[in-house]
Design a protein around this ligand. Structure first.
Ligand code: GDP
Ligand code: MG
Length: 231
């Protein structure tokens, strides 16, 4: 669980991750948080690691966490999720544990229409389980901030491996706007999307057809029922 200044939400996400039936250890990698994230995470039962470098990096934080574990599979969970439960994470892990897919991903719940769209888009979600070799197949030179999810996708797609995606009903995250205010939030969001777009050819090295390979290996899990049937 990479975490940078996520004190309001990290404890609940550590609790959900610890209660996931497939998790053995919850490792939070902090990057110089100044809001007590590390202390809150430790109090919630996580093992907390600190990155030494001055600049934050989600990708390098994840790499440090993976290196500190000997697990065969890694479930990544962002520290800023809201409404996340162990049941959501169990559901994300299950297809992987049963050997049906190499990568299983949970998406935030954007409502019926947007869920339909988002489940079919290139997956950027941080909530995903992969075998450790998939993470380790990303070269160190490509471990760069928010682009890590695209790099994991690249390993899966170029290997023609199977992915499943599902909506995690009721799960959202604290937006950058909520965390750092409107102006700074917009700036950070823009920088994140700019770094993602720059990965694509001709600027970057990701082939457009990678998405086609992704779709060919994709299974979309049944979308959650919002209302239970009466009677
Ligand atoms: N350790 C560490 N975690 C980070 C860093 N940047 C983002 N994160 C964490 O990565 C997760 C996703 O980041 P976030 O900013 O929410 O990205 P978004 O959900 O795509 O808007 C959150 O748990 C962040 O706290 C970083 O530089 N270092
Ligand atoms: Mg987030």
């Amino acid at each position: 669980m990479p975490a940078r200044n996520e004190a309001p939400t990290v404890a609940a996400n550590v609790a959900a991750s610890r209660a996931c039936r497939y998790s053995r250890e919850v490792i939070v990698v902090d990057d110089g948080s100044i809001d007590g994230t590390a202390e809150v995470a430790a109090a919630a039962g996580a093992k907390v690691l600190h990155r030494a470098a001055p600049a934050g990096s989600k990708a390098l934080a994840m790499a440090l966490g993976v290196a500190a574990s000997d697990a065969d599979a890694i479930l990544f969970v962002d520290a800023d999720c809201t409404g996340l439960s162990a049941g959501h994470l169990d559901a994300v892990c299950q297809p992987y544990v049963e050997g049906r897919v190499t990568m299983s991903i949970g998406f935030f719940d954007y409502g019926p229409f947007w869920n339909w769209v988002v489940l079919r888009c290139p997956p950027l979600s941080g909530e995903r389980v992969v075998p450790r070799w998939v993470f380790e197949a990303v070269p160190a030179s490509k471990l760069d901030g928010y682009t890590i999810e695209v790099r994991l996708n690249e390993v899966i797609c170029e290997g023609r491996l199977r992915t499943t995606v599902r909506t995690m009903a009721g799960v959202q995250h604290r937006t950058k706007r909520a965390k750092v205010g409107r102006r700074e939030g917009l700036r950070q969001t823009w920088r994140m999307y700019r770094s993602l777009l720059a990965l694509l050819r001709p600027v970057g090295d990701i082939r457009w057809r990678t998405y086609w390979f992704y779709l060919r290996g994709l299974t979309i899990a049944e979308e959650p029922r919002r209302r239970s049937r009466s009677g």
